[in-house]
Design a binder for this molecule. Sequence first.
Ligand SMILES: Cc1ncc(COP(=O)(O)O)c(C=O)c1O
Length: 384
Amino acid sequence: MKFHTEDIMYPPILKLTEAAKRYVASPDFLDLGQGLPGHIPPDKALASLRERLSHPSTHLYTTDQGLLELREELSLYLRQTAGIDINPQTELVITAGANNAFAGAAQTLIGPNENVIMPTPYYFNSVMAVKLTGGNVKEIRTNANFQVVSEDIEKAIDANTRGIFLVSPNNPTGAVYERKTIDSIVDICLNHDLVLFSDETYSRMVFDGSSHYSPRLRRDATENVITIGSFSKDFGMSGWRVGYVIGPSQFIEQYLKVQDTVTICAPTAGQLLALEVLKNGLDAVEQEIERLNLLRELAYVRIREIDQLEVIRTSGTFYMFPKVRDCTDSSALVLDILQSTGTLVLPGIIFGEAGEGHIRISIGPLTPEAVDEAFDRLYSYFTT
Ligand SMILES: Cc1ncc(COP(=O)(O)O)c(C=O)c1O
């Protein structure tokens, strides 16, 4: 059998989960690999959903675009939290998560042999999504603070370039791209008629007085910008598979062909839950973000005790992406850390060549005690 997927990487997390299986069952296992914040949706929202479970409509498809009430509530939320104006009838589709959204956007917009410029370290699924369309990724390295350099993007453009893919706040580095950088990338897209794919999955997880700037705020560029969002992280509902994509109405019309073929609609119960959280659960979401803020403070204090880890403090997400002194094989290192300490972190290499020599530490699902325990273990691993 011949497969079109052969030159696409195998899902790296699946591989690692396989390797970690033996350790996961142990009561001492500590998971700093999982890219999740640890909370679940607030009780009030869950109780309202429970009541809707006996309605027949909860068990049926919604329209491809998603429940209108959810689209309207989400538009209001984005207006209030990010200043973004969208028409919920024509510019928004509810998707089965952000991955589904950017894979669908890539299928809608990228053709075989076209390329997309992507800052690296990258979120591996964005690369896989581009490659699944038959397109290519042109990697450009971020700078020492994990910021994108817009001049490097401009230099990487060639005749086959279709777009630029940004993730801010970033996975794995936590970098929040500066407003002036995003503005100059938007200008590049306008000058070269490129699409800017903006994955804003972590848009609410911005700390240290920094703020998230969405390129969708540029009213002169709404024809060129595709915005991708998720309910998985802020709302703690990754298993419900709900996200969204925002774009100009002509894009949405085309996107619906992919949506109808691949998923038809996002899971109905998940859409209802997202609606409940938007209507009644935003205080609880805020509290979780504050909890992450405190965890980050603790983690940044503790990580500095470990000389072998050179960390750059970034202002977004619950990830840290330190460079490990003298490490040239992060996969081997991560397995050794797991075997020696029962602690799972992710190898930087899965985020591209630029990530080699780093590890990704996720503190999202941990208690403060577990953060302490994790850094105690890493301290002894690296200092003995
Ligand atoms: C940057 C980024 N985009 C998208 C996703 C996936 O989000 P969803 O669960 O909504 O598909 C993740 C998950 O880790 C992510 O880090």
